[in-house]
Design a protein around this ligand. Structure first.
Ligand code: PMP
Length: 397
C-alpha cells in the first residue's frame, strides 16, 4: 500500500510538492493571483480568446440554448448538432475529411494512441512527448521505443530494429515544455519508408504557427502526409476539449475503438460554442497569430538582452527559462511574483531532473511594455534567487 503521508513528506523535502494557486477572474494578460494583481506569463490562452467578449457571449448563449451539459457520451445521446457543426468547421479548418471531438487533449491522445497500437506492435515516441501520449502508449500494451528528443537517426535505428512490428510514430508538434518544433518532414519521410502511421499532437501548434494558425504540420508543409492530427480547444482556441483531424475511415475507426471517446461524456455545449466563436475569430483575424509571434520574438530578445540564453523554436510562444534545481526554480518563481510576474515553476516529473524551469508563455494580448517589464523583472528575480542569467543554459534540443 502507498504510504501517502510519507510520500507527501518526501515530495515536500525534495522541493517537488505541488499546490494550486488561485486566479480570480478570466485568463487575461493581467490577473489577480492569490489576491495579488500580477502579469500572467504562464497561460496557454495564446491568442487571448478565452477572455474575448465574442467567445464569452457565444458560450453564454449556448448555455441558454443547449443547456450546460451534454448529458451523455458521444455514442449515446451526447452528440448534438452543435458538436457536429464544430466538427465540420474543424475539418475544413484543418483541410481534412473529418474531425472528431474529444473531451480533452489528454483524452484524445490516450484514445488515439491506444487505438492505433496493440500488444506485439511497437510505438515510437519522442522522449519529451506529453504525459497523455506516454499514458496512451502504456494503455496500448504495445512495446514502446522512446527515441531521443528529435533524433531521427535514433528513431530510424529503432524502426529498423522493430523489423516490421512498427505501428506508429507519435510526437508533439510543438513541445510543451521546451517550445521547440518536431522535425516533421523527416518524421514523415521515416513513417512512409517504414510504413507506419504518424500522429502529431498540435496542442501548442494550433493557432500559434503556420499559415492561418493551422499549426506546426501546416508550417512544415506536410499536411497531407500526417495520418492523425490532435488539436486542443483549451489553449489557443480559448475553450475546453479537443479534436482529432483525419480521414473519414480513421474517424470511423476511432469512433469505434477509442475508449476515451466512447466512455466519456461529450464536451459541454458552452465550451463547444466558445470554440466555434474562437475558430471564427482565428479565421477572420489572422493578425492575432502575427501579434502572438511578434510578442514571442520580443520576449525572447528582451530576455536575451537581460543575459538569458533562450532556447526553443524562435517562433513559438513557449519560452523556457531553465534554472536547473527544483528549489531554485521555485525560489525564482516566488521572487518574480514579488515583482508582479506570474510564471509557474515546472519541476520533475513534468521535466527531466536537473532542468526545472520557469515555462513562460506569451499571449497575443500582452502589450510590448508588459513583456519588456517582465523580462527585467525575471532577471531581477533570478538574481534575487541566487542565479545569474548568464550562467543559465537551455536544454539541448
Ligand atoms: N498535449 C500537449 C502537448 C499538452 O501540452 C497538453 C496540455 N498540457 C495536452 C496534450 C492535453 O490537453 P488538454 O489540456 O486539453 O487535456
Amino acid at each position: 500500500m502507498i504510504e501517502i503521508e510519507a510520500r507527501l513528506d518526501e515530495l515536500e523535502q525534495l522541493g517537488l510538492a505541488r499546490r494550486t494557486r488561485l486566479v480570480s477572474g478570466p485568463q487575461g494578460p493581467r490577473v489577480v493571483l492569490d489576491g495579488k494583481p500580477v502579469l500572467l506569463l504562464c497561460s496557454n490562452n495564446y491568442l487571448g480568446l478565452a477572455d474575448h467578449p465574442a467567445v464569452r457571449e457565444a458560450a453564454a448563449d449556448a448555455a441558454m440554448r443547449w443547456g450546460v451539459g451534454s448529458g451523455a457520451s458521444r455514442l449515446v445521446s451526447g452528440t448534438m448538432t452543435i458538436h457536429r457543426r464544430l466538427e465540420e468547421r474543424l475539418a475544413s479548418f484543418e483541410r481534412r475529411q473529418a474531425a472528431l471531438l474529444f473531451g480533452s487533449g489528454y483524452l484524445a491522445n490516450v484514445g488515439v494512441v491506444s487505438s492505433l497500437a496493440r500488444a506485439g506492435d511497437v510505438v515510437f515516441s519522442d522522449e519529451l512527448n506529453h504525459a497523455s501520449i506516454v499514458d496512451g502508449c502504456r494503455l496500448s500494451r504495445a512495446d514502446v521505443f522512446i527515441y531521443e528528443h528529435g533524433d531521427v537517426e535514433h528513431l530510424e535505428w529503432g524502426l529498423r530494429e522493430a523489423d516490421g512490428r512498427g505501428a506508429l510514430i507519435v510526437t508533439d508538434g510543438v513541445f510543451s515544455m521546451d517550445g521547440d518544433v518536431a522535425p516533421l518532414p523527416e518524421l514523415v519521410d521515416l513513417a512512409q519508408r517504414y510504413d507506419v502511421r504518424l500522429v502529431v499532437d498540435e496542442a501548442h501548434g494550433t493557432g500559434t504557427l503556420g499559415p492561418g494558425g493551422r499549426g506546426a504540420v501546416a508550417d512544415a508543409g506536410v499536411e497531407d502526409e500526417v495520418d492523425v492530427i490532435v488539436g486542443t480547444l483549451g489553449k489557443a482556441l480559448g475553450s475546453y476539449g479537443a479534436y482529432v483531424a483525419c480521414d473519414l475511415q480513421m474517424a470511423r475507426y476511432l469512433t469505434n475503438a477509442a475508449r476515451a471517446l466512447i466512455y466519456s461524456t461529450a464536451p459541454a455545449p458552452p465550451a463547444v460554442a466558445g470554440a466555434l466563436a474562437a475558430l471564427s475569430l482565428l479565421e477572420e483575424q489572422p493578425r492575432r497569430v502575427e501579434k502572438l509571434q511578434a510578442n514571442a520574438a520580443l520576449l525572447r530578445s528582451e530576455l536575451a538582452g537581460q543575459g538569458f540564453e533562450v532556447s526553443g523554436g524562435a517562433c513559438t510562444p513557449i519560452v523556457p527559462l531553465v534554472l536547473g534545481d527544483a528549489a531554485v526554480a521555485l525560489r525564482t518563481c516566488e521572487k518574480a511574483l514579488e515583482r508582479g510576474v506570474f510564471a509557474q515553476a515546472i519541476r520533475p516529473p513534468t521535466v527531466p531532473s536537473g532542468t526545472s524551469r520557469l515555462r513562460l508563455t506569451v499571449m497575443a494580448s500582452h502589450s510590448k511594455s508588459e513583456l519588456r517589464d517582465a523580462a527585467r523583472a525575471l532577471a531581477q528575480a533570478a538574481k534575487a534567487a541566487g542565479v545569474q542569467p548568464e550562467e543559465l543554459h537551455p536544454p539541448q534540443a
